[in-house]
Design a protein around this ligand. Structure first.
Ligand SMILES: [Zn+2]
Ligand SMILES: [Zn+2]
Length: 388
């Protein structure tokens, strides 16, 4: 089954939903309009069950096949946008300043709605498919709250699948790998407290800026000297907040940063190593260094069998030459990791072509990817739930 004719017929309608969502972005868990839009459509398609309010604004639809009892698979999309001013210049740009669908979750939601419409019309499978629309992917916590409210148990979900668009992968292509496909992120803020004073009398102070400069450099030894060169780890300092005048040594400065690794063991080691480096710099400089460390959150890991299954489904949709089954993972984090930790399944990338990067103000989801994405969801469902 290549790209479905029906998916092509529905293209204009799905693009309409996608652009409506793009114009009306909402953030985090505050998805009142988005989740109502999704739930209204799922009801109109004739889903057997539509449940709202799971994980605050999460929405779930259940569609039963017409070939009797069977297994249950879940398909998941994310719905939230980012706090960003859009500069895409497109006619369907965000109507709200400071909010933008810069990660393509509008496209993910529209594609899964398209698949739900098709699957509710045709029902050519045994058992049930559960379409899961989660809030708060970007800020994290949406998946955790849906899981805590019994998402998997309540709907009997046995396998769970996710999809994310990826700029740089050609349109109409898919990419996946087995093992970790998205990283385990952690973030930290570090407060360095010294003793302030006159810039001309440093010997009477404890200079937190000098301690901070040493710390920024020393933290780079985590990757270069404390981590196996064959492991994948990145440490980045992203913000330095220090000082007020050219002649004052400040009391206190603040650094923000992130540690990311592909494997959880490396991510957890990162936390101990940041702590150890801070203790060393504190001892050497006399400054007091406090760390507020959040994470690591789990990496997104595809079991080999599920990665193969998903690659095969994608190949059947777009052809073997358009599927990279061995793509390099991304060090970005993904909240879907928690769902994949709860049930077997996979996370696949769908090409967004030559677009701006994710989280960039000029980014836009490529509507041309929609028929392939919808067809992938349908094909995956009909294969995983084929009548025996
Ligand atoms: Zn994102
Ligand atoms: Zn995203």
């Amino acid at each position: 089954m290549p790209i479905l004719n029906r998916a092509s017929e529905m293209h204009e309608e799905i693009v309409g939903w996608r652009r409506h969502l793009h114009q009306n972005p909402e953030l985090g868990f505050d998805l009142a309009d988005t989740s109502a839009f999704v739930a209204d459509r799922l009801r109109a398609f004739g889903c057997d069950e539509v449940v709202t309010g799971i994980g605050r604004t999460g929405v779930v639809g259940v569609i039963r096949g017409r070939h009797g009892a069977g297994r249950t698979v879940g398909l998941r999309a994310d719905m939230d946008a980012l706090p960003l001013d859009e500069r895409s210049g497109v006619s369907h740009a965000s109507h709200t300043a400071g909010r933008m669908h810069a990660c393509g979750h509008d496209g993910h939601t529209a594609m899964l709605l398209g698949a739900a419409k098709y699957l509710a019309e045709t029902r050519n499978f045994a058992g049930s498919v559960v379409v899961v629309f989660q809030p708060a992917e970007e800020i994290g916590g949406g998946a955790r709250e849906m899981l805590a409210e019994g998402l998997m148990e309540r709907f009997g979900i046995e396998r769970i699948y996710g999809m994310h668009n990826m700029p740089g992968i050609p349109l109409g292509h898919f990419a996946i790998c087995d093992g970790p496909i998205m990283g385990a992120p952690a973030k930290f803020s570090i407060t360095i407290s010294g003793r302030g004073g006159h810039a001309a009398r440093p010997h009477t102070t404890i200079d937190p800026i000098l301690a901070g400069a040493q710390l920024v450099t020393a933290l780079q030894t985590i990757v270069s000297r404390r981590t196996d060169p064959l492991a994948s780890v990145v440490v980045t300092i992203t913000k330095v907040d220090a000082g007020t005048a050219y002649n004052i040594i400040p009391e206190k400065i603040e650094l923000w940063g992130t540690v990311r690794a592909l494997r959880m063991a490396d991510a957890e080691a990162g936390k101990e190593q940041v702590t150890a480096v801070c203790a060393g710099v504190a001892a050497a400089t006399g400054a007091k260094i406090e760390i507020d460390y959040e994470g690591p959150y789990p990496s997104t890991v595809n079991p080999p069998q599920e990665a193969r299954f998903s690659a095969q489904v994608a190949q059947e949709v777009v052809g073997a030459d358009r599927v990279d089954a061995n793509v390099k993972p991304s060090m970005a984090g993904e909240d879907f990791a928690r769902m994949l930790a709860a049930r077997p399944g996979s996370f696949i990338f769908i090409g967004n072509g030559d677009s701006a990067e994710l989280h960039h103000p000029a980014y836009d989801f490529a509507d041309e990817a929609i028929p392939a994405g919808v067809s992938y969801w349908v094909r995956l469902t009909e294969t995983a739930l084929a009548p025996r």
